[in-house]
Design a protein around this ligand. Sequence first.
Ligand code: ADP
Ligand code: MG
Length: 654
Amino acid sequence: MNSAKQTETPQPGEQSFTADVARLLDIVANALYTNHDVFLRELISNAADACDRLRYDSIQNPSLIKDNPDFRIHVFKDTKDRTLSVIDNGIGMSAQEMADNLGTIAKSGTAALMKQMKEQGASADLKLIGQFGVGFYAGFMVAHKIRVVSKKAGEPSAFTWESDGRTGYTVREATSDETATLDGARGTAIHLDLKNEACDFLLDEKIKMTVHMYSDHISVPIYMGTPHDTKHDQSEKLNTASALWMRPKNEITAEQYTEFYRHLTGGFDEPSMTAHWRAEGKIEFTGLLFIPTLRPWDLFDPSRRHFVKLYVRRVFISEDVNTLMYPWLRFVRGIIDSEDLPLNISRESLQFNPVVSKIRSAVAKRVLTDLDKLSQIDPPTFASIWGQFGAVLKEGLYDAPEHRMELLKVCRFFSSHDNGERLTSLEDYIARIKEGQEQIFYITGESLNALRNSPQLEGFRDRGLEVIFLTDTIDDFWLQKVLDFNGKPFKSITKGHVDLDVYDFKTKQNDQKDTTEQPDKKNEQDAANIGGLIVRLANILRDRVQNVRRSQRLSGSPVCLVAADNSVDMHMERVLKIHQKYEASTKPVLEINPNHPLIKLLAQQAQAGADIAEAADLLLDQAFIIQGEPLADPSAFARRMSEIMLRALEGSKS
Ligand code: ADP
Ligand code: MG
């Protein structure tokens, strides 16, 4: 049983690239980037990762590095052969790992991107790929052939992976000459046969400049020359080779921060916010965190995890400690370097380590404080961050009561104040609040446009009462948990009874003077008619609504629906149904506008004993449609509608 498969050498001979790799290589070859230099950044970045991984493994198993304890990277050019090599003494790859890592796209992000690009065909937005980078394959921008010689630390033999970057690759045992290109008994050497147009990489100056530009922050030293150079001491070190995050802030340029961010993300964008600080006191750590400019493609994928790397005293530990960041900060990238955690801790037990959860809380606080500051000093950048990640941050309102106040401070909302054109903070809402207004009004729905035009808003708008517009799915949920802001409770305008008359207080007094002086017979009659209509409607529609009542919310529309006081808000109910967490359906309340001509007329007719059943159903259907709710019986609606149209047209003919 345990025979054969000891060295998992893949089948000799040429293996084909998977379809997505082939497509990716095609894009790479067709001049994806005008700037080819980034290939070196990618290869050095992989080499540094390989060193980080072996450094971690060697804590448990020091023999892995005993012959060659210092990690390093070499960049070596051979002018005669026209090759450029990047050599590291990191963890190395087995034959199987080379086939897996270099012949398929393991990174879920890139695979998903390729799928998307395939679906969109030629029109695919090439800029999108900028978010991802193409990693190792970037080498084919400058090379017509790549040979990867690698020897996994602790294993006996080295293997060679070779490809022209077109159809496939081969993996075979490395020759002794090839093995000799490695840095001692482990690691990887990547040899690029340069294309003619990339021959400037045979110039020392070009190599130096490129490494300096993109890889200066790499904490592993990068040397020019081969690992076997006898005059190795003199061979030049090309980078500063100290962990960037340990350097004083005032010695780090914006470009260096950006390059570090790109090294972490493999992307090409700029961070929209950078936070770099040292926490001292009960727990000590250094944080260097970035907020990207754009949403990652999988931001709302339930399996999305965060990508903050955990270091312990400069040693990379893991980027899988899921308790290190709150899920609602899963878009943040960067590193945390702890001074307190033990180095030889297993990755698994880190999940439950109390130091880790303290770091998580301190990091969240810091990010929220910095966001708040950014909102003061650079509102446009803050607004764009909010636009990309606001919906995710709001998950924290639901999940993390301990950070609720700081979160509410940075939350921004559209509201009726600017007709949903501009974002407002809750503090600004409170500053504009009407005298005597004790609640923060809000409405949730599918889109800003639907909310702007919703009938329930009319009465509030008329009285100058500002209503917050909420369109993210998460909004209905956090509002179940967050009951108030600065003592003012949140109140849905589509649920329950609202007494808007109190806000008419001043105008009312004036009106009342008039009416008491000369009581209006007609108004009294109208009121009685409406009372009668309400009883009739409630009776006709009793299977579909819980109740019918006079509305204070409406001014332009004849009817609207609201949720009863004790039931779930209507938009929330729809969201729950979509997510299949909710079966029951509660009947809404139908509110009618006593001042609308249609309602007045209907009330008169009802009073005169006419049959209003058809009109009642139509009114209710209309209210459902405005609400974006599906009609229980659309064909009945269509039939009623056509009959009424027919009658109206016949009426206009005669
Ligand atoms: P990424 O670095 O984002 O994972 P790459 O395309 O750059 O994607 O690299 C693919 C994988 O190939 C890496 O995840 C790693 O497993 C492996 N790899 C690449 N270069 C090296 C190297 N120098 N040493 C060890 N493994 C490497
Ligand atoms: Mg990489």
